[in-house]
Design a binder for this molecule. Structure first.
Ligand code: PLP
Length: 389
């Protein structure tokens, strides 16, 4: 049996895979077992921030692997402390909890918010308000937070205590705040899986105002938008607000699993011993990898991300097969005339890998992708979008 057949036989059928047997990668390029080269504009769903097998990242991982690969959270380790310090210094958040994935980072955020509300207002103030069309993960709690019914079917009962309201409807949020005794409002600044839809500054600011006035925590899910993806360190920084809790993952580890929950002033000391934990959380190799990513996300680098973004927006805006371009930084959604799935399949044939989100083509290229490579991929993609059929 070949790899595809063995995969279908032995791996649970949860993913609809593209017909590519990935063998190795370098920078923005992925190679299949026949040596075919692809420009990867998905970067492992926004994970390979510096592309495949980035040298600085690889060296950091190798060095840490040969020093201390895993111990446990019973002991102090340098990579986790260094990373936590840097994250706090660059965001103004106060403390960090490390886990392994975006869903877990959100679970931690939800637990922090519930404990804060229980202590401050009473145990009945547990509801978390999220937005319709959001995506927060696949665990039963983060599925409950996800405001899309299609993910809930057949998995009920989900964790209770989640209410979803319509994005951009300030009145609906105000009403929910009055009636639902919420502990927190949780949202993505750009709904990623929901179709790369940025929320308006007016709405985000209103959420911050309403939550502050009512001492409700504001949790920003930066799993997809974080770590330089939007041209700022975190997407909320585009909106001039300061959240109470931020969750992130994906690009932070640059290819190794690391979930992170950043705790602001109100919740910095919310957890006591035994309140939360994760065996693999703060793994030294993952933290060393993340450090090598995060240290490079300086202003100069982020402004390059913005320049590449502007280039892509301009390029695709003038393409007649594309109805609209949405997103921020290098998180881009293309509303195409032809079905996104067809575009993705044809792009693959022509050596460009893209993602989809709902009805859109979604691009999450590595942040350090060369301009020339980006231009080549954009040209191939726009030609495909412009085709009649
Ligand atoms: N939150 C957001 C906004 C995401 O986009 C995702 C994954 O796509 C998650 C949470 C879940 O992250 P993970 O798959 O690492 O659990």
């Amino acid at each position: 049996m070949n790899l595809t057949e063995l995969d279908k036989k032995y791996i649970a059928n949860t993913y609809s895979r593209f017909p590519v047997e990935a063998e190795h990668g370098k920078g923005a390029f992925l190679y299949d077992k026949n040596g075919k080269e692809y420009i990867d504009l998905g970067s492992g769903i926004g994970v390979n921030a510096f592309g495949y097998c980035d040298e600085i990242w690889q060296n950091a991982v190798k060095e840490q692997l040969s020093t201390l690969s895993h111990t446990s959270n019973l002991y102090y380790t340098e990579p986790s402390v260094k990373l936590a310090k840097l994250l706090c210094e660059r965001t103004g958040m106060k403390k960090v909890f490390f886990s392994n994935s975006g869903a877990e980072a959100n679970e931690c955020a939800i637990k922090a918010a519930r404990k804060y509300a229980a202590e401050k207002k009473g145990a009945d103030c547990f509801n978390i308000i999220t937005l319709k069309n959001s995506f927060h993960g696949r665990t039963l709690t983060t599925l409950a937070a996800t405001g899309q019914d299609k993910f809930h079917e057949l998995f009920n009962p989900l964790t209770p205590g989640f209410i979803s309201v319509s994005a951009e409807d300030i009145k609906e949020l105000e009403n929910a705040v009055k009636t639902e005794k919420p502990a927190a409002v949780m949202l993505e600044c750009i709904q990623g899986e929901g179709g790369v839809i940025p929320l308006s500054a007016e709405y985000i600011k209103a959420v911050r105002r309403i939550t502050e006035e009512n001492d409700i925590l504001m949790i920003i899910d930066e799993v997809q938008t974080g770590n330089g993806r939007t041209g700022k360190l975190y997407a909320y920084m585009n909106y001039g607000i300061m959240p109470d809790i931020v969750s992130t993952a994906k690009g932070l580890g640059g290819g190794l699993p690391l979930g992170t929950t950043l705790l602001g002033e109100k919740v910095e000391n919310i957890f006591g011993f035994g309140d939360h934990g994760s065996t693999f959380g703060a793994n030294p190799v993952c933290c060393a990898a993340a450090l090598s990513v995060f240290e490079r996300l300086d202003d100069g680098f982020l402004s390059e991300v913005t320049k590449k973004s502007e280039f892509l927006f301009d390029y695709f805006k003038n393409c007649k097969g594309i109805k609209s371009v949405s997103g921020m930084g290098l998180m881009i959604g293309l509303e195409t005339v032809r079905p996104a799935k067809n575009i993705a399949a044809e792009a693959l044939e022509k050596g460009v890998l893209v993602l989809t989100a709902k009805t859109k083509v979604r691009l999450l290229p590595p942040l350090n992708i060369d301009f020339a490579v980006l231009e080549k991929a954009a040209k191939i993609l726009s030609e495909i979008c412009e085709k009649e059929n």
